[in-house]
Each structure stands twice: as structure tokens, then as C-alpha cells.
Design a protein around this ligand. Structure first.
Ligand code: ADP
Length: 576
């Protein structure tokens, strides 16, 4: 409930619509409640006595009440929809903003599909709670109170019947709702699972086809799909139980009241009109309980979703900024001072352990090591994609934690192993690097990144459409475009995380040669091919998260066993 209340705080300007909607329902309900009293009066004092004037007067009054109730009902719908959808949009906005502030470590806590569900389906549940629940939630208590009051004033003896029936009905409904509540949390989690499988399958559809794994994927999909069907069916079937119980109570009450009322009419204690009016109130009171139980179901469901949404909003961004951060990076020097790092707080072993080295501005650094040695992890610390667990990383002589994140990330260009391009044209993607760059600058960056030659061959050049995630270009072309995009940022430090792996050796050498001309940019290469790092000013040899040795090729080949082994194995590999 705390989460739900907190999310209500996000209503902002839509609070007015919510208040207006509630007020309109109040008016509508009050008018509806007057109608049965008027009807009783019409029957007993108009029809029974043949007083046409009275009939017309009371009938006209009833019609007026109905008309006003209709108008308020319609206006209500507008305000409720505005409040619900406006609220939904603001919740999504808040979630979106929260996720944008997240660091990589926050992203590690959530599956992408779960985030998608929390921003879409969960918000829809919240919207429905208002759109479908506001009206009954406002109506039901008034109907209940006024209905009970009017029926008592009409006939206290008869009213006792439903005074006994109502708590019984209340108890049954309570039992159902408390049983269904945890099922809704499970339902949303099952939606998460389905989204996860669909997302992974769609994203990897090429691999699935290449490995002829359609059947396997279909099996996975059927499993989660069936699970959602089963959980959904069970939840809704249980929730639907409140209807038959409600009807049973309502009809029992009606029969009893008719019976008792009938006797009272025979005894002359009551008139026919009064009994009709009375029955209308009984129905209204029972109906209000039914509505309330439905609202409780909606609310229980939305509480589960509210909790999931608040989880996203409350995720503490992993990387904070200082109050007065440093806003310019002096030069491209990089220094690691006894850096240790682990991804999860609770992890037993550090991914990086006691790393120290210094790289001069403009120098070329190579990082070498087997898979899982910690190379990617190390470079991510330079752009502060994660924070060190102990020690310090300095860029331009300043601790990376002292910079404003924007300034730091603008100064450190990382071309990641998993290169990512976005839907749109080549130009649109390159402009991510520098949104003001003119075409000349774009071409210049492409030339340095070895992308000019193939781009010139595309009939549309910079306007070539890349398709979703850049599917329309080859792996090597994609890598070169990503390098061009990073170059456009004019960074002080450029990191290449095995980003030329899909490029042939000659092109790779070309790219390196043109990058070597960027004299004041520190270049850090992670490469699988040891040979390509030969000319580097400093080579860091990593093994199992530790810096085994560092130096130039000539120094290392003489003294570093791990380096010698890598070098030897690659030479062997090269002779194939
Ligand atoms: P390399 O780039 O040398 O192949 P990485 O730096 O990618 O190695 O990985 C070093 C270790 O850290 C590996 O054991 C890997 O499983 C682990 N690792 C990498 N990324 C994460 C992550 N996001 N969360 C937890 N562990 C990770």
C-alpha cells in the first residue's frame, strides 16, 4: 500500500482530474439513490391514488435526476481517463529517468525483459486500477451508507435481513481477495518470463536458425506460454468466485425480503411501492459490496505491480557524483593505483586484484591476457562504467570519481566488444559522437576508422539505412562505424575492446596507422592477436585479474613467461 500511495504522488497535474472524477461520481450516486424513494412515492401516492398531477411531478423529478446522472457519468469518464493515462505516462517517465541514471552495475540487477514489463504491463495494471476502480471505489461507500440509511428509514424490520447477510458476504469476499493477492504477484512474474523468452528469441533469431534450434526455442516458448496460461486461468478463476457468492447472497436476501415484505403487506403494515423501493435499496447496498470486492481485486493486482515499479524507482544509482565535480579533463594520462574490483559486493574473489600502472598522455597501451583475465573489466573502470572496490583510477591526474560523469565519458571513448548501432541511417548513428558534426567531419572520422572505402560504395553513402541494431552491415563494417562514432567525440582516451576482431589484418593495420597519428589521444587496445600490440608503448599482461607484468614487447619477451607463452601460441596459430 505504501508503494501505491507513493506512486499516487506522481499524479502531478492529474490530481485535479482525479478529484473532479470523484466529485462527479458522488453527485451521480446521490442522484441515483434518490430515485427509488421517488419511485415508491410515485407508486403509492400517484398510481395507487390516481393522482395524475403527482405522477407527472414525481416522474419529471425522476427523469431530471436520471438526466443529470447521465451527464455527470459521461463527464466523469473523460476525467477518469485523463487521470489514469496521464498518471501512467508520468510513472513511465519516472521509471525511464531512473533507468537513465543507472550504472552498469544497476543494469546487472535486472533482466531487460523484466524492465520492459515494469515499464509497460505493470503500468497498465496501475492505469486500470484508476480507470476501472475509481468509480466503484467512490460509489460503493456512499451507496452502502445511504442505501442502508434509506432502507432503515423505510422499514427497519426488513432492513435487519440484509444487516445479517452483508457481513456474511463481506467475509466470503475477504477470503477470496486474500487468497488471490499473492497469485497476482506470481502472474506478473510469469509475464516477465514470457517477455524474456520472446525477447531473447527475437534478438537471436539468426543464431536460432543457423543452429536449427527452432524446435528447442519453440519448446521453451511453449513452456512459459503455458505457464502464463495456467497461472492466468487459476488467478482469474479464483477471482471470479466472488460473483456466484455475491449472487447467492443477493437472491437469498431478495427472497427473504419478498416473503417477509409480502406478509407485511397482507397484514397492512406496508405498501407495495414501499417494498419495491426497499428492494432497490437492498440491491444497491449488495451491489456496492460487489463493486468493492472487485475494486479490492484490482487494487491487490495493482499493489503487486506498484511494488515492482517502486523497485525500479528505488534502485540506488551505483555511481554518484560529487557536489562540485571537476568539469574538464586536462590530458589523456591514465593511472591505476592498487585497483581491486569485484562485480557483486558479496562475491568472494576480486575480478581485478591490486592493479597499478601509469600511461602517459598520447601513448599507446596494449592489454593482453586470456579470456576472462579481466581486460574488459579494466577498461570499463577508466570510463567509470563501474566504480573500483578499492584503490583509485586517475584520468588526467584526477580521480575519475571527482569528474562529472558527462565530462569523463565525453573524454573517454570506448568501442566495446559488443558494438551497438541503432536503427536509422549511418549519419544518425555517427552524430551520436558529435551532434554538430558536418558531413566533412563525418567522412574524416570514417576515413580514419577505415569505413570510408565501403561507405563510398553504398549508393546512399551516409544516408544508408542500417536497420535495427545495424543488421544491414557486416560485423567488420559495424566495428569500423563504431570506431568512427567514437572518434567524433574527440576523446582524450580511446579504448578499443577487441573492436577490430571482425576486420581483416590489413584493414586493421590501416586503422591503427591512422589512429597513431592522433598524437594527444591515449590509445588503449585490447587485442586477441598479440602481434598487433607489438609496437605499443606499454603492454599490460593480465592473468586471472592480476597484472603479471608490464613493459614494451622487447622487455616482456625477455622476462615474462605468460607473455612468451601467448606470443608463442599465437605464432603457432599464425602458421596454420
Ligand atoms: P576478458 O575481457 O579478459 O575476457 P572480462 O573482464 O570480460 O574478461 O571478465 C573478467 C571476469 O569477470 C570473468 O570471470 C567474467 O565472467 C566476469 N564478469 C564480466 N562481466 C561481469 C558482470 N557484468 N557481472 C559479473 N561478472 C562479470
Amino acid at each position: 500500500m505504501k508503494d501505491f500511495k507513493r506512486l499516487l504522488g506522481l499524479l502531478g497535474p492529474y490530481k485535479k482530474n482525479l478529484a473532479a472524477a470523484m466529485l462527479l461520481v458522488l453527485i451521480e450516486t446521490s442522484l441515483e439513490l434518490v430515485i427509488p424513494t421517488l419511485a415508491a412515492d410515485l407508486i403509492d401516492n400517484g398510481i395507487a391514488t390516481g393522482d395524475v398531477r403527482h405522477m407527472l411531478l414525481v416522474g419529471g423529478g425522476m427523469a431530471l435526476c436520471a438526466l443529470i446522472a447521465l451527464i455527470t457519468g459521461l463527464t466523469y469518464a473523460r476525467h477518469a481517463a485523463k487521470a489514469a493515462y496521464g498518471w501512467g505516462a508520468r510513472i513511465r517517465e519516472a521509471e525511464w529517468a531512473a533507468v537513465q541514471r543507472w550504472s552498469f552495475s544497476n543494469m546487472d540487477h535486472y533482466e531487460t525483459s523484466s524492465l520492459v514489463t515494469r515499464m509497460t504491463s505493470d503500468v497498465t495494471v496501475m492505469q486500470n486500477a484508476i480507470n476501472g476502480g475509481l468509480r466503484p471505489l467512490t460509489r460503493a461507500p456512499i451507496m452502502f451508507l445511504l442505501g442502508t440509511f434509506f432502507s432503515f428509514t423505510m422499514n427497519a424490520k426488513l432492513a435487519l435481513i440484509f444487516i445479517i447477510m452483508t457481513p456474511l458476504l463481506g467475509l466470503v469476499l475477504f477470503l477470496i481477495v486474500s487468497h488471490v493477492a499473492p497469485m497476482y504477484t506470481k502472474l506478473q512474474a510469469t509475464v516477465d518470463n514470457l517477455n524474456s523468452v520472446v525477447e531473447e528469441d527475437v534478438r537471436a533469431i539468426r543464431t536460432v536458425k543457423a543452429f536449427v534450434r527452432e524446435e528447442h526455442e519453440e519448446g521453451l516458448f511453449s513452456k512459459v506460454n503455458n505457464s502464463l496460461r495456467n497461472v492466468g486461468t487459476k488467478t482469474n478463476a479464483t477471482a471470479a468466485l466472488n460473483m456466484p457468492f455475491f449472487q447467492l447472497t443477493m437472491y437469498t436476501a431478495t427472497v427473504l425480503i419478498m416473503l417477509l415484505g409480502g406478509f407485511m403487506i397482507l397484514d397492512g403494515e406496508m405498501e407495495v411501492g414501499a417494498l419495491t423501493g426497499f428492494l432497490s435499496y437492498v440491491l444497491q447496498v449488495m451491489n456496492s459490496m460487489m463493486m468493492l470486492s472487485n475494486v479490492f481485486l484490482l487494487l491487490t493486482r495493482s499493489l503487486a505491480s506498484a511494488g515492482r515499479i517502486c523497485g525500479v524507482l528505488d534502485e540506488e544509482p551505483g555511481l554518484g557524483e560529487r557536489k562540485n565535480p571537476v568539469t574538464s579533463v586536462e590530458d589523456g594520462s591514465v593511472e591505476f593505483r592498487d585497483v581491486s574490483f569485484k562485480y557483486a559486493q558479496g562475491a568472494k574473489e576480486n575480478t581485478l586484484q591490486g592493479i597499478s600502472f601509469k600511461a602517459k598522455p598520447g601513448s599507446t597501451i596494449g592489454i593482453l591476457g586470456g579470456t576472462g583475465a579481466g581486460k574488459s573489466t579494466l577498461v570499463q573502470l577508466i570510463a567509470r562504467l563501474y566504480d573500483v572496490s578499492s584503490g583509485a583510477v586517475l584520468v588526467g591526474g584526477v580521480d575519475v570519481r571527482d569528474y562529472s560523469l558527462e565530462v569523463l565519458r565525453d573524454s573517454v571513448g570506448i568501442v566495446l566488444q559488443k558494438n551497438l548501432l541503432f536503427s536509422g541511417t549511418v549519419r544518425e548513428n555517427l552524430l551520436w559522437g558529435d551532434s554538430d558534426a558536418a558531413d566533412d567531419e563525418l567522412w574524416e572520422a570514417c576515413r580514419k576508422a577505415g569505413a570510408e572505402e565501403f561507405l563510398r560504395r553504398f549508393p546512399d553513402g551516409l544516408d544508408t539505412d542500417l536497420g535495427q541494431g545495424g543488421v544491414n552491415v557486416s560485423g567488420g563494417q559495424k566495428q569500423r562505424l563504431c570506431i568512427a562514432r567514437s572518434l567524433l567525440k574527440k576523446p582524450r582516451i580511446l579504448v578499443f575492446d577487441d573492436s577490430t576482431s571482425a576486420v581483416d589484418s590489413a584493414t586493421e593495420a590501416g586503422i591503427r596507422a591512422s589512429l597513431a597519428r592522433l598524437e594527444d589521444v591515449t590509445k588503449i587496445y585490447i587485442a586477441q592477436r598479440a602481434g598487433t600490440l607489438r609496437g605499443a608503448d606499454l603492454i599490460l599482461v593480465l592473468d586471472d585479474g592480476r597484472l603479471v607484468d608490464s613493459g614494451t614487447h622487447d622487455e616482456l619477451i625477455g622476462r615474462c613467461q605468460v607473455y612468451k607463452e601467448i606470443w608463442a601460441s599465437q605464432l603457432k596459430g599464425g602458421s596454420l
